[in-house]
Design a protein around this ligand. Structure first.
Ligand SMILES: C[S@@+](CC[C@H](N)C(=O)[O-])C[C@H]1O[C@@H](n2cnc3c(N)ncnc32)[C@H](O)[C@@H]1O
Length: 386
């Protein structure tokens, strides 16, 4: 199988750590790989805002029409081509103990086998340390969120439920997780002074909920800090939307030109209304840790991008340019708007969020401060979403 892969892992000689390199020519638009996350989790505030998605794969649980009604605040809204909605409610299941909802029995079983068995009891009791931990986190990380502390609880449960917990722990440690850079100049922003009290609380609730003598290293304060940095530096934002999937499906339909025009108009009007009512928070969001994707370095002129074509947490890496054999495969950790900012601003955002001074081609050859197209006042709080 190795022989068919379009990429290989290498180690950078210029201090960028692991990286992915193309093993063959990859044409623009082609899939480089797709992968399931090692672990993923929705953001903590989703429930309150009524974003409903599978507790395991993040596939939306409300139909495209329900989704559109909620986000436009228009209970009368009706969508044509309802059969193009991919939500199949008759397949949905629920954990009888903690009420977690799933898009299918397969997801419920997978979640239980991977991490849910260890967490279910605690999640079903409102006063448990795990629920306390979620509340502590929610109260210090308001939307837009970039990670949920339950992701760490799931990581620990995944390690403890693994056939070989030490091996699974090592797998997580293969993601970059240092809490400061080599010169000790920069510390990850999740470990900033404003969060020091929270780190102690998080550590103590994690110990109470999930302590295991054999894995005591995870439960030290340094262990908690490492895990926080690990999700901060590698976590990939995931966004799913049943309306978005419906739009993609109806756009592929073979329709007479006049019907297509009417449909496009309807879609534009719905999106406009959604933006008016809800701003930019249209997706059910969360984050995940992906083994292969986390080997991709950042570039301010990337040649690949992350997509979620299946409407769940399965990630696909797609070439956005022709990539020559031997070329590094690079994504952007910045969104399009941030990519147009000056070198100084881009570097500051990357330092704050990922603790590195960008060594991509553009940054090492560029004196582009004057090309900055936007104000440098906005703060960035983006994860590896783009
Ligand atoms: C998701 S990891 C990418 C893979 C990483 N090189 C590794 O060894 O695992 C993100 C980290 O890679 C490094 N990195 C990514 N892009 C970089 C770049 N353009 N310049 C320097 N370091 C970079 C930084 O340490 C960053 O925190």
């Amino acid at each position: 199988m190795e022989g068919n892969l379009r990429y290989e892992k290498q180690y950078s000689e210029s201090g960028k750590g692991k990286l992915l390199v193309a093993r063959c020519f990859i044409p623009k638009g082609a899939e480089i790989f797709s992968e399931e996350p090692l672990i993923s989790c929705q953001f903590a505030w989703n429930k309150l805002y009524k974003y409903k998605a599978c507790d395991h794969c993040m596939k939306p649980l409300e139909t495209a029409e329900e989704n559109a009604k909620r986000l436009t605040n228009d209970p009368e809204l009706a969508l044509p081509f309802k059969e193009q909605c991919s939500v199949t409610k008759e397949r949905h299941t629920q954990c009888q103990k903690c009420q977690a909802e799933y898009c299918s029995q397969e997801c419920q079983t997978q979640a239980y086998q991977l991490y849910h068995r260890m967490l279910c009891d605690m999640l079903s009791s409102p006063s448990s340390s795990l629920n306390k931990l979620q509340e502590i986190w929610k109260n210090s990380h308001y939307p837009p969120e970039t990670c949920n502390i339950l992701l760490i609880a799931r990581m620990i449960a995944r390690i403890r439920q693994a056939e070989n917990p030490k091996l699974m722990f090592q797998e997580f440690l293969s993601f970059v997780h240092d809490t400061s850079d080599q010169e000790q100049q920069y510390v990850h922003k999740l470990l900033g002074n404003q969060f020091s009290e929270i780190q102690t609380m998080v550590n103590s609730e994690l110990r109470e909920a999930l302590f295991d003598e054999d894995l005591s290293e995870i439960f030290s304060i340094e262990g908690t800090q490492k895990f926080l940095c690990l999700i901060g530096r590698n976590g990939q934002g995931v966004g799913t939307s049943s309306f978005g999937t419906w739009v993609k499906n109806v756009e592929d339909l073979e329709l007479p030109e006049s019907d297509k025009t009417a449909l496009d108009l309807l879609i534009d009007q719905i999106y406009e209304k959604m933006n008016e009512v809800n701003g930019h928070f249209l997706n059910c969001e969360g984050s995940g840790l992906y083994s292969l994707h986390s080997c991709c370095n950042h570039s301010c002129t990337p040649n690949a991008e992350v997509q979620f074509p299946y409407g769940n947490h399965t990630l696909q890496l797609v070439a956005t340019k022709d990539i020559e054999s031997g070329e590094e495969i690079e994504i952007s950790y910045l969104d399009d708007c941030q990519l147009r900012r000056s070198k100084a601003t881009r570097q500051q955002i990357l330092l704050e969020n990922y603790m590195f001074l960008c060594q991509c081609n553009k940054c090492t050859t560029d004196q582009d401060d004057e090309t900055d197209e936007s104000s440098d006042d906005d703060e960035s709080d983006e994860n590896m979403e783009n």
